[in-house]
Write a protein that binds this ligand. Structure first.
Ligand code: UDP
Length: 374
């Protein structure tokens, strides 16, 4: 008798958003059995949130704000939760001055005298057109003295120190797509995201994901390391890190990790917005005040200071893949091995080694299952 845990269905490793979508689709849409194996003692991966003793919904692994332009993703999620109409707005403290981020026309007037702000605003419109978005590394290339001065200011006061804290290296040394996530906005809109759909699930992400995986065809095993159990499967969907799966045989894929320091205050609010970025001072990158997301009512508040650090196995967790040519080459070596194993797929931020937002992780999972079930 084989001692392996027998399972003729699908195994999903990791119960974050990617694993939950895969499990949900296989179980609910295709009526297949799924076992989800999760190392942690909770579901929802990095989206995990919980209510603390003050009734405040805490995002354990940092702020998660849902936004998408994709109708399929939005309609899919509405099956599991309603969303509020929260629109994310971020303030950066630039030498102590509260400034809207993404840097936009309002930011110009916050940091410069009115006549200079007016002149720069018109130059930006002339060069790029109203409502366009310009990544900082593009703006830096502009051949105009005034805009060059502005680019230099934004680079130094918004991106340089923050990026050094976040990635350990300056903006030019990371993939240009990373700073392009927060482009300069040629307009007055203060929202961090301009997507058609945005909001926070009204009972939190953990509840949303719980609904996704609550199905007679799905079994969830928490506190279980995939490596420690023998399991037969029809298909394996692995959302953990691909290098670890292959015992690091080609070397380790680098990641950035985060550390969160939580503080509680006996006052209603600590700051005006859910996130304040510290772009010119402090060792932490930003402060989150979670009660803003669901408008939680409490006389107390909880804030979290976010520090970035290198990922080290056994010490902390993987949060961000460090996407560059060298690391993609290494990833591709592992991927080639993976593609030679039948019925095995990698996905998610760690499995694909991609800096996915929540909606992109969902699209990836939906498309993967669609391609397999065709
Ligand atoms: N960034 C920055 N200053 C800011 C905001 C963002 O330098 O005030 C850069 C930084 O390199 C960061 C990247 O832009 O890693 C992407 O920012 P985003 O807010 O999308 O990061 P996330 O919320 O995913 O950590």
């Amino acid at each position: 008798m084989d001692e392996s845990l027998y399972n003729d269905g699908n195994v999903v490793v990791g119960c974050g958003i990617s694993g939950a979508v895969v499990a949900n689709l296989l179980a609910a849409k295709f009526n297949e059995k799924v076992i989800i194996i999760e190392k942690k003692n909770h579901i929802a991966g990095s989206c995990f949130d919980y209510r603390d003793s003050n009734g405040i919904c805490i995002h354990k692994y940092g702020s998660h704000i849902f936004h998408t332009n994709n109708d399929i993703v939005w309609n899919y999620l509405l099956q599991f939760s309603e969303f509020n109409d929260y629109k994310h707005k971020v303030i950066a403290l630039i030498d102590g001055v509260e400034t809207n981020i993404p840097f936009n026309f309002n930011s110009l007037y916050q940091v410069f005298p009115e006549n200079l702000a007016f002149k720069l605003k018109n130059k930006l419109i002339e060069y790029y057109g109203k409502n366009s978005k310009v990544p900082i590394l593009e703006l830096k290339k502009v051949k105009d003295n005034d805009l060059n001065f502005l680019a230099d200011f934004i680079y130094k006061k918004v991106f340089l120190e923050y990026t050094k804290k976040q990635w350990g290296i300056p903006p030019e040394k990371i993939d240009s797509s990373v700073t392009a996530r927060v482009p300069i906005y040629i307009g007055e809109d203060n929202r961090y995201f301009h997507d058609k759909y945005q909001g926070i699930p009204i009972y939190g992400y953990t509840e949303l994901i719980k609904k996704m995986i609550t199905h007679p065809n799905i079994t969830v095993m928490l506190n279980t390391d995939y490596k420690n159990i023998k399991l037969k499967y029809k298909r394996l969907f692995y959302t953990g890190s691909i290098d670890e799966f292959f015992d690091y045989k080609y070397g380790k894929l680098p990641y950035r990790s985060l550390r969160f320091e939580l503080e509680e205050y006996n006052k209603e609010y600590y700051q005006k917005s859910a996130v304040v970025n510290y772009t010119t001072s402090e060792d932490y990158t930003r402060i989150h005040e979670y009660k803003h997301y669901l408008n939680d009512k409490s006389q107390r508040t909880v804030i979290v200071k976010e520090y970035s650090e290198a990922y080290e196995e056994g010490k902390n967790e993987r949060y961000y893949p460090i996407v560059n040519e060298k690391n993609i080459l290494l990833y591709n070596k592992y991927l080639e091995d993976a593609q030679n194993i039948r019925n095995l797929w990698f996905l998610g931020r760690l499995g694909d080694y991609k800096y996915y937002d929540i909606d992109k992780a969902i699209i990836r999972a939906i498309e993967l299952i669609d391609s397999i079930q065709k």
